[in-house]
Design a protein around this ligand. Structure first.
Ligand code: IMP
Ligand code: MG
Length: 197
């Protein structure tokens, strides 16, 4: 009985777990509209093919796509790099490939966050082999302090400190993705702050 109760408690969101707002929904939307303009300015006459990384990049892609004027198409890819916690496994595995070829296309990779850079390094190598006309990277968040791989993002929404963040697509064990804002996740006093160190 006591064990069952403990297990039940464990599966419940921790009591002291909390999210401290970092970037408001309004700020995110404003910044995305500016990024969209910047991207269109760089490629005034091209059809832009946005490739988003499931699942974290989905909200960013849908908002960005609707803010870019002119012709836009999109596709999705999925990789796994993180387990059930806030620590990266450091390994990237392709779990879902694109539906269509990117050869000759102007491709913008749309990611939620650039952290160690391992995911984007893997994807950029993969996409480069497929001979796109242009290959660019747009990330909503950049955590430069954590960088391991030398990856450069062409379009950055916000540069943030080394904190574990959730919301607007970003998750902690699949939770919090639906928050319209980005916040810092705190696991409580015993677990300390959720950190990606
Ligand atoms: P990277 O390969 O270390 O750059 O990490 C990229 C992926 O790790 C992102 O697409 C996220 O899914 C995940 N990630 C990195 N930092 C965070 C964070 O602070 N919160 C939630 N997910 C994160
Ligand atoms: Mg992601």
């Amino acid at each position: 009985m006591a064990e069952a109760r403990a297990a039940k408690k464990k599966n419940k969101p921790g009591k002291r777990e909390s999210v401290r707002p970092l970037i408001s929904a309004g700020h995110i939307q404003k910044r995305i509209r500016l990024l969209a303009k910047e991207i269109r300015r760089d490629f005034p006459a091209e059809r832009l093919h946005l490739v988003s990384v499931l699942k974290g990049g989905v909200f960013f892609l849908t908002d960005l796509a609707r803010s870019i004027s002119g012709e836009v198409s999109f596709d999705f890819i999925a990789v796994s790099s993180y387990g059930q916690n806030t620590h990266s496994s450091g390994q990237v595995r392709l779990t879902r490939d694109l539906d269509s070829s990117i050869e000759g296309r102007t491709v913008i990779v749309v990611e939620d966050i650039l952290d160690t850079g391992m995911t984007l390094q893997y994807l950029l190598r993969l996409f480069q082999q497929r001979k796109p006309k242009h290959l660019r990277v747009a990330v909503l968040l950049d955590k430069p302090e954590r960088r391991i791989a030398a990856v450069h993002a062409d379009y950055v929404g916000f540069t943030i400190p080394n904190e574990f963040v959730v919301g607007y697509g970003l998750d902690y064990s699949e939770r919090y993705r639906n928050l319209p804002y980005v916040g810092i996740l705190t696991l409580g006093s015993t677990a300390k702050r959720a950190s990606t160190e």
